[in-house]
Design a protein around this ligand. Structure first.
Ligand code: CP
Ligand code: NVA
Length: 302
């Protein structure tokens, strides 16, 4: 893995993304084999916004890899009192082996990655949610056995989740591949205001909240603006017969998705949840792992 940070999937090649998936597959199949992979390593987790999945999956992931994670709410550390992100990144780099940060402004992440001397992982910004997108691609691959040629219809707000998925899909949902020549072609993304057109024949129907964290003041206006964009059983019926429904969660039943859909048989939202753990462990090993730990010395006794 050539990458130092994971700020955006745009920085990653298709080969590097496949490297993450290959390791995630092995970690998921045999978690015990990686129980010491990050022995003695620490991850600082800086949260400017709330989290359930990201916090728990990174914290448990570090524990299961033999390492340790520290939850640092923005108001519990000196960022909340005005210490700069640059100084925070430099300070944390003297103590820990990696920083995962969930921030309001994507620029804050870029700033941290510029000043940190350890890897910085984007745990969601206003612009992108790459770790969720990676877990989602892995989940689609598990279900479909391929990513090449998959059509994903994203219904709703063109937010961090939508952008995060698009930045990876352009590299992974390849239609015609002449990979020897490094020429991979994806169908250009189609943008339409008609959700029924968008979902027509799609393999995956994906949605996310209409009001993301930090946009709460716009909630009413957004509810009105997105009227008609709820993913309904009718929309699922217009997708491919074996289409799957995905959502990064947390979800609002009766807003962006009907309860019958998210709680129905086509929904794989809890597989997405689980795969956050496996895929993030792979990312942590690749970015924080460094050299493999030395083999245990042979015992002196026969
Ligand atoms: N999907 C996701 O990132 O969830 P959390 O906000 O709970 O971390
Ligand atoms: N778009 C949502 C994703 C939450 C995981 C938000 O930013 O709040």
């Amino acid at each position: 893995m050539k990458q130092k940070h994971l700020v955006s999937l745009r920085d990653y090649t298709r080969g590097e993304l496949e490297e993450v998936f290959d390791l995630a597959r092995r970690v998921k199949a045999d978690p015990g084999a990686y129980a010491q992979a990050l022995r003695g390593k620490s991850l600082a987790m800086v949260f400017q916004k709330p989290s359930t999945r990201t916090r728990v999956s990174f914290e448990v992931g570090m524990f299961e890899l033999g390492g340790h994670a520290l939850h640092l709410g923005a108001n519990e550390i000196q960022i909340g009192r005005g210490e700069t992100l640059a100084d925070t990144a430099k300070v944390l780099s003297r103590y820990v082996d990696g920083i995962m940060a969930r921030v309001y402004s994507h620029e804050d992440l870029v700033e941290m990655s510029r000043h940190a001397t350890v890897p910085v992982i984007n745990g969601l910004s206003d612009l992108l949610h790459p770790v969720q997108a990676l877990a989602d691609f892995f989940t689609i691959f598990e279900r479909r056995g391929r990513l090449d040629g998959v059509t994903l219809a994203y219904v709703g707000d063109g937010n961090n989740m939508c952008q995060g998925l698009m930045s990876g899909a352009v590299k992974l949902f390849v239609k015609s591949a002449a990979r020897e020549a490094q020429k991979v072609k994806t169908a250009p993304p189609v943008v339409t205001a008609d959700p029924m057109v968008a979902v027509q024949g799609a393999d995956v129907v994906y949605t996310d909240v209409w009001t993301s964290m930090g946009q709460e003041a716009e909630a009413d206006a957004r509810r009105q603006a997105f009227e008609g964009y709820m993913v309904t059983p009718e929309m699922m019926a217009a997708a491919a017969p074996d289409a799957i429904f995905m959502h990064c969660l947390p979800a609002h039943r009766g807003e962006e998705v009907a309860a019958e859909v998210i709680d129905g048989p086509q929904s794989i939202v809890f597989d997405q949840v689980e795969n956050r753990l496996h895929v993030q462990k792979a990312i942590l090993i690749l970015l924080l792992g460094g050299a493999a730990p030395p083999p245990r010395p042979a015992t002196l006794r026969a």
